[in-house]
Design a protein around this ligand. Structure first.
Ligand code: AMP
Length: 227
């Protein structure tokens, strides 16, 4: 990995926000700038699906319906991932936790190692905007880079600028599944906003605008507070 551009000692960040809020894009940027791994449970599941592992087969059924993979499965894989050496100096969590039970398990797991989450960034974007963003979203099959048909198209149609990989639309980004995912977010995940606000580590980030504008707001939240 390149040298981190910003000196951020040991940031342990959670990104909250509905599907399409820009969590993946911003998580990749924060992780790259800070020299810590980007941990995306959605990416981990998609990778397992692609490889056809037992985890992938089990997760796929839930993902295709826009439902959450059960807590017992998700919590286990995140615990394992955060034990990795590269995550000892910090991490950016994208798509986890998504339920209060997951948030409690994360808190307890980190507490036993004498640490905790340093920042929770809640990316807020209005529902109409979310639907627009998701319907145009395309992902590189090879490296996971993200594009948008209208807002950030690749230079060459259908191919990734970074690695020339094929761009595709996630199955769960189709319209019928998006509504289910937004419902699940409102019911299961949005209570985490209050959970983290109570702990004094929540920063509200306006997620409207281009990726650079949102990234600037995030930088202020991460570097301004100086935790
Ligand atoms: P994402 O890429 O974060 O939108 O995740 C895609 C799908 O993976 C979700 O709609 C869920 O089915 C599943 N998933 C990802 N993260 C979690 C999680 N923390 N808990 C339960 N299911 C998850």
């Amino acid at each position: 990995m390149d040298e981190p551009a910003v000196s951020r000692s040991s940031i342990r960040v959670v990104l909250l926000g509905p599907p399409g809020a820009g969590k993946g894009t911003q998580a990749q940027r924060i992780a790259g700038e800070s020299g810590v791994p980007h941990v995306s449970t959605g990416d981990m599941f998609r990778d397992a699906v692609k490889k056809g592992t037992p985890l992938g087969r089990e997760a796929k059924a839930y993902m295709d319906r826009g439902e959450l993979v059960p807590d017992r499965i998700v919590i286990g894989i995140v615990e394992e991932r955060l034990k990795g050496r590269d995550a000892h100096g910090g991490f950016v969590l994208d798509g986890f936790p998504r339920t209060v039970q997951q948030a409690r398990a994360l808190e307890q797991g980190l507490q036993t190692r004498g640490t905790g989450i340093s920042h929770v960034l809640n990316l807020s974007v209005p529902a109409e905007e979310v639907v627009k963003r998701i319907s145009g979203r395309r992902v590189c099959r090879q490296c996971g880079a993200m594009y948008h048909e209208l807002f950030s198209p690749p230079t060459e149609g259908g191919r990734c600028d970074r690695c020339q990989g094929e761009l595709y639309q996630r199955d769960d980004d189709r319209e019928e599944t998006v509504t289910a995912r937004l419902d699940v977010y409102a019911r299961e995940t949005s209570p985490l906003v209050a959970f983290y606000r109570e702990r004094g580590i929540l920063a509200e980030i306006d997620g409207v605008g281009g990726p650079d504008a949102v990234a600037r707001r995030i930088t202020e939240a991460l570097d301004g507070a100086g935790r």
